[in-house]
Design a protein around this ligand. Structure first.
Ligand SMILES: NC(=O)c1ccc[n+]([C@@H]2O[C@H](COP(=O)([O-])OP(=O)(O)OC[C@H]3O[C@@H](n4cnc5c(N)ncnc54)[C@H](OP(=O)(O)O)[C@@H]3O)[C@@H](O)[C@H]2O)c1
Length: 298
């Protein structure tokens, strides 16, 4: 089986490359010229917003499946850089769909709880989307492009990813550990609620879906629904840091650029009970991450 992984320099993409199963031929792509930490022989640079470049790449690679982990992921910047966000999240998806049709490839695509409004989470796969910010609108539009295509597709929605990356991509857990190690007080919102997801759990779950040719919409996220403030307390506990530095704040006082779905979260029953996937609870994911950081080859 030949798999094309997009966004291979990203938080998730790096782990997808790492956990590629034996017997799978992987080609990995990202926008950057340099292959960075991806083995040079499997790396192809490609700007997914460029239709001809995507067509040429996919014609040459002829993948059986594409795992699309590339995205414009900065939720606040998306409000001010709408054109770029749309290009990367929606037009790139159109380009991938068109090119995939030529070689009959299926697409496994990553989406987000931000397609929901956070009025009455946690959400099941068939609940009605209603994004409150531009990032969520673009991710929902990408889902619709894929659903409207004749391809075999999977949409895997996730939220609050954290984990190891060679280029130290910023995520909530790594940011918080850095702050607490410095002795800096931090304000963490008490009213943003949802799952938190260890990137290795997600990467392994995605490979399981690919290996078993699962198609459809599925929520893949840590199995516990928790407030961001309580999760921060668990980070302090697991990493032996000073939890008294963590101060509660409400989203209304915190003034983030983009609106967030507050009472959010993804019900992962289908992933856990029907598909048998291993998705950690909050402490379990953090413990695995800590063990990974202490290992010699993360
Ligand atoms: N991180 C989360 O908490 C979270 C939560 C829910 C859903 N998701 C979804 O999960 C997926 C993976 O997220 P992630 O956190 O791993 O993302 P990420 O770390 O931001 O990685 C995305 C990668 O895509 C690249 N990229 C951007 N524009 C591109 C273009 N035009 N052509 C080709 N590549 C391009 C990025 O390069 P640059 O960095 O140079 O832009 C980056 O290397 C995304 O679909 C995201 O929406 C993430």
């Amino acid at each position: 089986m030949k798999i094309l992984i997009t966004g291979c320099h990203g938080l998730l993409g790096q782990r997808l490359v790492k956990f590629a199963p034996a017997g799978c031929t992987v080609v990995a792509t990202d926008i950057h010229e340099d292959h960075q930490f991806t083995p040079a022989d499997i790396y192809r640079s490609c700007d997914l917003t460029q239709r001809d470049a995507v067509k040429n790449l996919i014609d040459r690679v002829e993948p059986d499946h594409i795992i699309n982990a590339a995205a414009f992921t900065n939720v606040d910047a998306a409000e001010d850089q709408r054109d770029l966000c749309w290009l990367v999240n929606v037009i790139a998806m159109e380009n991938l769909v068109q090119a995939a049709r030529r070689v009959h490839a299926g697409i496994y695509h990553l989406s987000t709880d931000y397609i929901f409004d956070g009025q009455n989470g946690p959400y099941r796969e068939n609940d009605t989307p209603n994004p409150v910010g531009f990032y969520g609108q673009s991710k929902l539009a990408a889902e619709q492009v894929l659903k409207g295509s004749p391809l075999n597709f999977t949409i895997a929605r996730t939220m609050v990813l954290y984990g190891y990356s060679a280029n130290q991509r910023p995520d909530f857990v790594n940011w918080l550990i850095g702050k607490l190690r410095n002795g800096d007080p931090v304000h963490i919102v008490t009213d943003q609620i949802g799952n938190t997801t260890f990137s290795d759990d997600l990467a392994r779950a995605l490979w399981h879906l690919v290996r078993t040719s699962y198609h459809g919409v599925v929520h893949l996220a840590g199995r516990e629904i928790i407030s961001r403030f309580d999760f921060a307390g668990k980070v302090a506990k697991i990493f032996n840091l000073d939890s008294s530095l963590i101060k509660p704040i409400s989203t209304a006082c915190f003034r983030q650029r983009a609106a967030r779905p507050l009472n959010s979260g993804l019900v992962v029953d289908k992933a856990v009970y029907t598909l048998g996937l291993e998705l950690s609870d909050a402490e379990g994911g953090l413990r695995k991450y800590k063990a990974l950081l202490e290992s010699e080859t993360p």
